[in-house]
Design a binder for this molecule. Sequence first.
Ligand code: HEC
Ligand code: CU
Length: 349
Amino acid sequence: MNKSFQLFPDQASTLAGKVDALYFFMLAVTAFFTLLVGGLVIYFGIRYRRREGAPPPERFENARLEMLWTVVPLLITIVMFVWGAKVVIAGSRIPDNAMDVHVLGKQWMWHTQHPDGRREINQLTVPVGRPVKLTMTSEDVIHAFFIPAFRIKQDVVPGRYSYTWFEATEPGEYHLFCAEYCGTLHSGMVGTVRVLSEKDYQSWLESTPAGDESLEVKGAKLFAEKSCIVCHSQQAPTMAGLYMRDNKGRVGGPNGEEVQGVADEAYLRESILYPRAKIVKGFEKSYNLMPSFQGQLSEEQVMCLIAYIKTLGKDARQGNDILLGNKMQEQNPQRPDMSSQNSDPYKLK
Ligand code: HEC
Ligand SMILES: [Cu+2]
């Protein structure tokens, strides 16, 4: 098909076909009834038009007919509702094995960052056939992350994380847009999503420098530099195994209210920037309550700290693994040696 004039964007994700099937169904139903009702209005308008000397119109009622045109549309809209809900759920349930990518929107560009520290600007490179989870936030105003070919669009809001995911099905290059008016150069806030075959993706990984350090390593360093370690190795709750723990019964609101949810990225971010919003039970009266780090950490630094906390499994030992033990060092010899800092956890830069 002629690429310069395309009525519909490519179908390039697992979700695209599902969204389109529903869309075309609704389009067909709408077209059918528009033609039926419009056609009848015109036909009856002519057939029963007012004529000279005609008797006044009779009143006509038919309960069965009325039932019919009430129940049939009801059934059709119920089908649309159930089908639509299924598509929405498929689009919002993020698979567990998804690759993590961070997205930061700002006037007027998209920053994307892979867990290993690789960054791209106005570009996102992903392998085909693997689910990718996007954790997104904005540095200034509300943006919206929109990839038409994947049929995903999600607001990106300052001060909180939003999530979306996709699994690309076709290698190629696709448009990435900002879909929320965000200032004078909003229309220029565009980018490219590059979907590579697994082989090309591997060679891309090898050929591009991994940037500086991975997010986790940066996060581990920040954990020491910003003195999180000072409290969180002793008097404050452990970070070990915290990610995705159930908050119910474990954490309370500012006045001890019940709290729902799990310790996901959004919760960790809130705990760092607004520690008073939710307080771990038993620490309400702690003498060294956590200070707010709002204004002292950039969104990117918060992202790194979270990436680091996510790596700490249940058996991570505080004060040792928490300063990025040698385990990670062995896994990737290119990562900086943190052992000098390990020996003196309280040394701050
Ligand atoms: C002055 C001591 C102190 C410092 C410094 C500190 N924290 Fe805390 N932190 C606490 C205490 C006490 C709590 C438990 C009370 C609460 O939830 O606010 C806590 C709670 C948390 C929680 C929620 C824990 C849970 O189990 O839900 C996270 C996440 C966290 N801190 C991260 C950090 C990070 C990251 C830093 C560094 C940027 C940091 N903290 C610095 C004392 C501190
Ligand atoms: Cu924008």
